[in-house]
Design a binder for this molecule. Structure first.
Ligand SMILES: [Zn+2]
Length: 221
């Protein structure tokens, strides 16, 4: 770095340099494994102790970005935090929000945190872009859908962890029998949902279940 630059210029210079790729922290697990609470805890400690700027993003079915909340379902957990909503079908729209934030704060956003990653289209490429542009990324989400099949692109992100460094945290949920739950059991009116029901469905209800108690009527294999 050239001597004699003012602090402000230095910061601008840093932003223009080719960035060091960020690291990816992946938080996965079935329903009721406290993924969101864990994500919010990590956002909080980065802000509080590392004094980082963490942009918390939440995918939304709406097409327009808006202010929103990320909320843990566990009432004893880390509660809720304000988040920026972006359209799940177009995460690239969030890049504009990121750029505008960096303009405003005069430095690179150190970390982008993303909840419910399974709903985001282009999740793999979007996360890769964030890492390559020098942002640490934290993503929480479901790896399997109610059929026990890969949900969105969450499973693909483990390649990015290996390639860009970072870590995977697998959180555990329990079936009511006490065994480790592997699957999200979808219930419609209290009964197991058939295989043919849509992957994303409003007003559905879930229970974490072990392999023995997971029921999927009409599954082909
Ligand atoms: Zn069980």
């Amino acid at each position: 770095m050239a001597a004699g630059r003012g602090g402000g210029d230095n910061d601008l210079w840093k932003m223009m340099e080719t960035p060091v790729p960020g690291k990816l922290e992946l938080i996965v697990g079935p329903m009721r494994s406290n993924k969101t609470a864990e994500l919010l805890r990590r956002v909080e400690i980065r802000r509080q102790y590392a004094r980082q700027y963490v942009l918390l993003l939440k995918p939304s079915a709406d097409t327009k970005a808006a202010a929103g909340l990320v909320e843990s379902r566990n009432q004893n957990g880390c509660g809720r935090m304000e988040a920026v909503e972006f359209p799940a079908a177009d995460p690239w729209a969030a890049l504009e929000i990121l750029a505008a934030t960096e303009q405003r704060i005069g430095k690179r956003v150190e970390c982008v945190a993303l909840d419910e990653g399974q709903f985001v289209q282009d999740l793999f490429l979007f996360t890769k872009r964030l890492l390559e542009t020098g942002h640490d990324v934290m993503v929480s989400g479901l790896e399997l859908d109610f059929r026990g099949l890969p949900f969105g692109e969450m499973l693909d992100l483990s390649w990015l962890v290996r390639t860009y460094a970072g870590n995977v945290t697998e959180l555990v949920a329990y079936c009511s029998c006490g065994a480790k739950a592997l699957y999200p059991q979808r219930l419609i009116d209290g009964k197991p949902a058939p295989y043919e029901s849509p992957v994303i469905m409003a007003g559905d209800n879930y229970e974490p279940r072990c392999a023995e108690h997971f029921v999927l009527p009409g599954k082909p294999h």
